[in-house]
Design a protein around this ligand. Structure first.
Ligand code: URA
Length: 186
């Protein structure tokens, strides 16, 4: 099996889809490579593309705050990645063939980090991981077993920034669920 560093090195030169033509950086992932808790978002935005790191824009600031307040840890002790590693122009949704082209990278990250709990942020990562077609509103509110891990779907922080208090409260409840599962797994 390759190491995460080797997978990241391969991804850094990736031209498997058209997003390679417009990206500034390949935003592979960040955090503790042995983390028990992994977050999976959709794909990098403008700030992430500039910095080469996931969730460093406004959504990321909210995510950091919720991680600290509900889990009592910092992002450095989690692993954070996205379904697609390159920014889609104008922040459009990633297309099915782009998601498919990027699939091996996230699959390797999950296998190598081997987290106990995976929090999926929004529709794209939740559907990717659970292979379900329902939306996040229907799928959140419970945990799903996936091998030795549990998947906890929640809203994307951008939805909380748009949707306000209720969405944020539901995200908090989902993170409490993740915390309980982490405690039960250790
Ligand atoms: N939104 C995402 O889904 N991922 C990021 O890294 C940033 C914003």
């Amino acid at each position: 099996m390759p190491t995460l560093f080797e997978v990241a090195t391969t991804a850094a030169a990736c031209t498997r889809c058209r997003l390679a033509e417009t990206r500034t950086s390949v935003v592979f992932g960040t955090g503790d490579e042995k983390a028990d808790l992994m977050f999976i978002g959709e794909g990098p935005g403008a700030e992430e593309d500039r910095q080469g790191l996931p969730f460093v824009g406004r959504s990321g600031q909210l995510l950091d705050r919720l991680i600290e307040e509900e889990l009592g840890i910092t992002r450095a002790s989690c692993y954070i990645a996205n379904v697609v590693k390159c920014r889609a122009p104008g922040n459009r949704d990633p297309l099915p063939d782009e998601i498919e082209a990027c699939r091996p990278y996230l699959a390797s990250q999950i296998e190598l980090v081997d987290p106990r709990v995976i929090v999926t942020l929004g529709n794209f990562s939740t559907r990717w991981l659970l292979q379900r077609s329902e939306g996040i509103t229907a799928l959140r509110g419970q945990a799903y077993p996936l091998g030795r891990a549990s998947v906890v779907p929640t809203f994307h922080p951008a939805a909380a920034l748009r949707g306000g208090g209720l969405v944020t409260a539901q995200m908090r409840a989902d993170l409490v669920r993740a915390k309980q599962l982490l405690a039960a797994s250790s």
